[in-house]
Design a protein around this ligand. Structure first.
Ligand SMILES: Cc1cc2nc3c(=O)[nH]c(=O)nc-3n(C[C@H](O)[C@H](O)[C@H](O)COP(=O)(O)O)c2cc1C
Length: 429
């Protein structure tokens, strides 16, 4: 097989001039590997050094939190500066060590916070996550609707996180507006019931995303890339639809972003895992059909993540012009050099083989835990290996999360104590 002829091996010049060495991106996977102070430490560095040598043109971090009071998971990195910049610098160096471009994904979870982390998260409106089944009834708390002033502060937090990423040496940021997190909640009419300038029309619902993107671009250098991860749809009746996504692409055209990553779904309808049925999803490359539709509207390079496994499907998507970058997530947990293997012709597919469990909820949760285990193993200097028992591993993962949540609550108490002794103008955290 010829390697040079593969469209995946071709470099890509982004609108701001940054060059991705090839068309394969390691998509975001929440690492749950932050140190006790919720900063990147040795395990994280080891994991990204390994991925940094894995041949991807673009590496995206797992979602890093812009607000210490809002975490998607209790082992995440909280982006902050005062005295912590060196830790972010080491993280950036690790990811870039093999020549990949390295971007930080920045996120705010909004209502999608487990109640053992926070019982009253914030969201556009007080609409709780609803997952069918009694066992999920208390998993999420009812959120509190954000005030206008709080929305402004969140916009500033996203911008500050991007400025810290830039100072630390990351090549760019990706603003997470997909998967049912805060910015996606603003976009969806099911979760945004506001009647002010942040709700109602799609233009109002997209205002927070556009202000964040404009704010980051205005305050970072031109060479620092800005990408957005957007749902093609939420796959829920009355939710964010493909027609809406196309209109948001039109709005993003005006901002000149460097890359748009297309995904789909949320915690209630997890299309990003290939779990729920929807019109456009296929067994492989779930969001490719939408990408083809978006292509004629989108002025920026397009990437899509979700189910890409075979090299020929990836090559067709790039050669046919539907996509510029192929996002791959789970396979990188088992084969950290998945990109190198595909590009060198060592393999023609990067399938992930985790046995299925009969209960769909447990199946999905146990798969996520098995993938997270691989990230931890690599972070500890071990080789990826499936656990002997998927359920046993899920239970251990849950215990670990509860332990991390306790750590987090202690961390918040210290933060509140510190803030109590700051002048009001200093209280950024
Ligand atoms: C363990 C795990 C953690 C994830 N964390 C994130 C995340 O932090 N941000 C994000 O945008 N997507 C996240 N995802 C979703 C992936 O980026 C991707 O959209 C999804 O896994 C489908 O791609 P794949 O079929 O190549 O795995 C995560 C997926 C997994 C398996």
């Amino acid at each position: 097989m010829s390697t040079t002829a593969s469209p995946l091996s071709q470099p890509l010049r982004l609108p701001n001039g940054q060059i991705l060495p090839n068309r394969i991106a390691k998509a975001s996977m929440e690492e749950s590997l932050a140190d006790d102070d919720f900063l990147p430490g040795e395990k994280m560095i080891r994991l990204y050094k390994r991925w940094g040598q894995g041949g991807a043109g673009l590496l995206l971090t797992g979602n890093a939190m812009v607000d210490p009071y809002a975490l998607t998971g209790p082992g995440n990195v909280i982006v902050r500066d005062n005295g912590s910049l060196d830790r972010f610098k080491r993280w950036a160096e690790a990811g870039k060590s093999g020549g990949s471009k390295f971007w930080m994904q920045i996120n705010h979870p909004g209502r999608q916070v487990f109640s053992y982390i926070s019982e009253t998260p914030v969201a556009p409106s007080a609409v709780k996550v609803h997952i069918p089944g009694r066992m999920f009834a208390k998993v999420f708390g009812t959120p509190r609707a954000l005030s206008e002033d709080e929305i402004r502060k969140i916009i500033e937090r996203f911008i500050q996180a991007a400025l810290i990423a830039e100072k630390a040496g990351f090549d760019g940021v990706e603003v997470h507006a997909a998967h049912g997190y805060l910015l996606n909640q603003f976009l969806s009419p099911l979760t945004n019931l506001r009647e002010d300038q942040w709700g109602g029309s799609l233009e109002n619902r997209a205002r927070i995303l556009i202000e964040i993107v404009n704010g980051i671009q205005a305050r970072t250098k031109k060479e620092f890339s800005v990408g957005v991860k957007l749902n093609s749809a939420d796959f829920q009746g009355g939710g964010f639809r493909e027609e809406d996504a196309i209109q948001v692409v039109q709005m993003l055209n005006k901002t000149n972003i460097d890359l748009l990553e297309i995904s789909g779904g949320n915690y209630e309808s997890p299309a990003m895992q290939g779990g729920e049925s929807n019109g456009t999803r296929k067994r492989e490359a779930y969001f490719l059909e939408f990408a083809k539709k978006a292509r004629s509207t989108a002025k920026m390079p397009l990437m899509s993540t979700g189910g890409f496994r075979s090299k020929n499907v990836m090559e067709d998507a790039v050669a046919g012009g539907a996509l510029d970058v192929i996002g791959i997530a789970a396979p990188f947990a088992f084969e950290p050099d998945s990109a190198f293997q595909l590009l060198s012709g060592k393999t023609n597919s990067v399938d992930v083989k985790i046995p299925n469990l009969s209960n769909p909820a447990f199946n999905s949760l146990s798969k996520m835990s098995a993938i997270r285990l691989q990230l931890r193993r690599i972070g500890q200097g071990q080789e990826p290996k499936l656990p002997k028992s998927l359920i046993g591993n899920l239970i251990l993962d849950q215990i670990r999360s509860r332990r991390n949540a306790k750590r987090y609550k202690k961390f918040l108490k210290i933060l509140e104590f510190q803030n109590a002794f700051k002048k009001p103008a200093d209280t950024k955290d």
